[in-house]
Design a protein around this ligand. Structure first.
Ligand SMILES: C[S@@+](CC[C@H](N)C(=O)[O-])C[C@H]1O[C@@H](n2cnc3c(N)ncnc32)[C@H](O)[C@@H]1O
Length: 428
């Protein structure tokens, strides 16, 4: 019997057994448990929960019947207040371990919606043509009827596509035999509009009227694209063909009219995103601002209200196109888009930069970009990250020249161990 005394970076419990660290997924701090070791290395072990002798009062029954099998949620067995404790510990541990930061970390800003908060889902398709998720590390698909994290309007599409594929003999792609048609169904939902991209090995889908009849029942505006993908990679950046309905979602975020095209980035939790944007905007006080990794430009537009000029750098042509539309729709003149990699694009800016906003993908900011930032010496760096380990790695580098003045985690992704963290830094 061992006691779980803290949490690891994936939200799993950690116990000490004969001085060795044991990672125990799905256990909670304070619990006394019986373990079954599944992996043993020189420095640590991983174990399954065999029995819980003393359960935490924070343990709850997960609402999802596919929890654990699916792997998308790691901490659905914890009450929501405990989830926030776990996330705070993850940020604290990563910043201490990888950046040597031992300063204050604000309480995690909670999400109002704990379920059904996701406005964007990408489903895999089983060989039988049913929507689901890849089982971790495999190409096998766990078929599901709904995802508890997804907006209900996205969930309604699962049945619609399952029956459309079934009626029309459309099978999922088999990665072993390389047979079959559909690889993924990507669905975005915003402002009562659905934007659906079917990733397939062919450019056309048969009998689209069958799909339209079913989608019409939702009484929402919708658009369907197919993205041709014949590569082994499941990424959805194939050639796009518009099949029917709307071509993009037209919406409003923080009172800025905006567009979302199939390949453009959309922050998944609307409510938490708006809070983060407000908190970032509060920290802008005039001057030249660079919004690196700018996406569709909503944040750039908000920041432009107080900044003199905003340079929005973004690599995705689709996001840049949405961003340019946003600027003209909102009559914003002081945001300049640069379509390109931050690595090269920072050098196109020859003005003195006062503040740089970094909101990179999970892998964090390239070392070469960090070096460039240090050379350009902005007074303030605002770093928003969805991965606190790469955030910590980058902070370690920046902290030679910059002091951390605020760390604010946000629960953008309830029930999972993912966390969004905002860090404000000032030049020393
Ligand atoms: C986490 S998203 C943030 C988007 C935006 N800030 C928002 O709030 O919607 C990261 C963005 O960085 C872009 N990106 C990824 N790598 C990049 C790079 N090397 N240079 C420029 N943009 C990049 C992606 O296309 C994506 O739009």
């Amino acid at each position: 019997m061992v006691k779980i005394d803290r949490y690891g970076s994936n939200g799993e419990g950690i116990a000490l057994c004969d001085g060795k660290v044991v990672f125990v997924p799905y256990s909670l701090q304070g619990e006394e448990v019986e373990l079954e070791i599944t992996k043993d290395t020189k420095h640590f072990s991983v174990a399954n929960l065999k029995d819980i002798a003393k359960a935490s009062s924070k343990r709850i029954e997960p609402v999802c019947p596919w929890f654990k099998k699916c792997g998308g949620c790691q901490i659905m067995h914890a009450s929501y207040d405990e989830q926030l404790v776990i996330k705070h510990q993850i940020v604290k541990n990563n910043l201490a371990k990888f950046a040597g930061y031992d300063g204050e970390i604000n309480k995690v800003y909670p999400s109002h919606n704990i379920n059904n908060y996701r406005n964007h889902m990408t489903f895999a398709v089983s060989k039988n043509g049913k929507l689901g998720f890849f089982i971790q590390g495999k190409h096998d698909v766990l078929e599901i009827k709904k995802c508890y994290l997804a907006d209900e309007n996205i969930n309604k599409c699962i049945d619609i596509f399952n029956s459309y594929f079934f009626d029309n003999n459309i099978s999922g792609y088999d990665y072993e035999t390389k047979q079959g048609t559909v690889k993924q169904v990507d669905i975005k939902f915003q402002n009562n509009q659905l934007l659906i991209t079917v990733v397939a090995t062919q450019e056309d889908l048969p009998n689209l009227e069958h799909l339209a009849i079913r989608l019409n029942l939702l009484r929402l505006k919708y658009g369907v694209y197919v993205s041709l993908n014949n590569s082994a990679n499941t990424m959805i950046y194939g050639k796009l063909k518009h099949l029917m309905g709307i071509e993009y979602i037209a919406t409003s975020e923080c009172q800025i009219s905006s567009l979302v095209s199939p390949f453009s980035f959309l922050q998944v939790n609307n409510e938490v995103k708006e809070q983060i944007y407000q908190d970032i905007t509060k920290n802008i006080s005039g001057g030249i601002v660079v919004d690196a990794y700018a996406g569709r430009g909503v944040l750039s537009a908000l920041v432009s209200k107080t900044a003199h000029t905003v340079y929005a750098i973004e690599i995705s042509e689709s996001s840049v196109s949405d961003g340019l539309n946003l600027l003209s729709a909102n009559d914003i003149k002081n945001v300049k888009y640069i379509c390109g990699d931050v690595k090269e694009s920072l050098d196109y800016i020859d003005e003195k930069i006062d503040c740089i906003i970094l909101d990179p993908p999970r892998k964090g900011v390239d070392k070469i970009v960090l070096e460039n930032i240090i050379q350009k010496q902005p007074q303030r760096i605002i770093y928003l990250s969805c991965s606190s380990d790469t955030l910590a790695r980058d902070l370690k580098f920046l902290m030679y020249n910059y002091s951390v003045t605020m760390v604010q985690p946000y629960d953008m992704f309830p029930n999972t161990s993912n966390i969004e963290t905002l860090v404000i830094m000032e030049k020393k």
